[in-house]
Design a protein around this ligand. Structure first.
Ligand code: SF4
Length: 308
């Protein structure tokens, strides 16, 4: 068994959060530059140029790419022979209390936590603090909606894979674009064109509110929850990478063409560039089902990975 220190994991997550907030990934920047080069609408080309300039300033001045610095969505692939070495006994992890506020809860703010998920949340909280990133999480979704003050808990998707490595991918997901994501259960007899039409309509409905040009994640198959998870996981892919299955690679290309034919354009002000990429992920499903989910991601597509 290989052990990775709790503190090491927290440090890596912290640095991923900060760099995600400040630095647009190379694949997204390349896609924006390529779109700017091809854009035939002068106004749209100008907006794309401003997005590229915004990315340059954010990186150089170490300031967030957007005021919504996102909810930390973390995909963790844990090798089957890797484990977390708990923190040294003299190390105390300071975690803000998410269960309430006031002096009566002060004691619960200092806790000794030691799981992989705790290390990730400690890193997210530290990154948020160090990078002056907006704290965008409320503890209770409907009743009190009090801010947890730490941007935690993160949304963590964990899987066990062969090997002795720990891969951590963080997406800083904006609320405006996430709000426009949708799910639909199709009949298993649905035609390819029917599914394309629905996905394009989801993008049309997202409109300017979700800050185009988009990256569109599509999950097809699995069941209700797996299709949604796949649509988010698709956003972890390099934008230039096509689906390895030729059928779905062609579907990605056709979807991107249909989405860009909408003419929504950057910031919804018209143009050829409504989306930078459309990424499809699939899973086996029930013979009676054909679940499809669309996750809308804005131009500020902040995804970062590290392998320990
Ligand atoms: S949708 Fe994206 S670009 Fe728009 S405000 Fe939210 S994080 Fe920022």
């Amino acid at each position: 068994m290989r052990y990775i220190k709790f503190e090491k994991i927290a440090q890596i997550v912290e640095s991923l959060c900060v760099s995600a907030g400040y630095e647009l990934p190379d694949d997204v920047l390349a896609a924006l530059k390529e779109a700017q080069r091809k854009e035939t609408n002068p106004g749209a080309a100008k907006i794309l140029n401003q997005l590229i300039e915004n990315a340059r300033i954010a990186k150089e001045d170490k300031i967030p790419l957007c005021q919504d610095t996102g909810l930390a969505v973390v995909f963790v692939e844990q090798g089957s022979v890797v484990a977390v070495k708990p923190p040294e006994l003299d190390t105390i992890c300071l975690m803000p209390d998410t269960r309430g506020s006031g002096d009566e809860n002060r004691a619960s703010r200092i806790e000794h936590r030691e799981t992989l998920f705790d290390a990730i949340n400690a890193g997210v909280a530290a990154g948020c603090e160090k990078g002056f990133l907006r704290k965008s999480v409320v503890a209770d979704p409907l009743n009190k909606r009090e801010n947890t003050g730490s941007n935690t808990p993160a949304i963590i998707h964990h899987s066990i894979v062969p090997g002795d490595k720990l891969k951590i991918t963080i997406i800083a997901k904006g609320g405006g674009c996430e709000n426009k994501s949708q799910f639909r259960m199709f009949k298993p007899t649905a035609e390819r064109e029917e599914i394309i039409d629905w996905i394009v309509d989801v993008v049309r409905t997202a409109g300017a509110d979700a800050c185009p040009p988009f990256v569109v994640g599509v999950g097809i198959g699995g069941d209700f929850e797996i299709s949604c998870l796949l649509s988010k996981k698709a956003l972890c892919r390099n934008l230039a990478a096509r689906n390895e299955d030729g059928f779905y690679a062609e579907l990605e290309a056709d979807l991107l063409s249909a989405i860009n034919a909408l003419g929504l354009g950057p910031q919804g002000l018209g143009g050829d560039t409504t989306a930078l990429a459309c990424l499809v992920e699939t899973a086996p499903c029930h013979i009676a089902s054909l679940p499809v989910a669309v996750n809308i991601e804005c131009h500020s597509h902040r995804h970062k990975s590290a392998v320990l």
